[in-house]
Write a protein of this length. Sequence first.
Length: 117
Amino acid sequence: MIQTASSKEQDIDSLAIIDEVHLTTFTDGDATLEEELGTLFIKTALGYVKRMKEALSAGRAWSAEAHALKGASGNLGARRVAALARRAELEPPSQDQIDAILSAIDDVESFFADRAP
């Protein structure tokens, strides 16, 4: 089956913002640790995106930055961000990819804000 761009987008959109089972296992259910990791992830992810924007402006590849974002996202269980970062790692850089990643990071930030004790 050939997957079109729109079906790929739908697949990514259907992924969990955060895999809660993974997060709970990773943090052993410690709500304070979850909050700390969420805050650290947002800061780190935005740093990678900043470097991706710089790469896009300079017309250079950003696969290293996208790969690092993919890894950080996977460690936390941020499935949607990880999938978008993987796509960015494999495809030519574009502003649309940055916008999609930033939107997914916003969703992660909202997820943790909603869980804050």
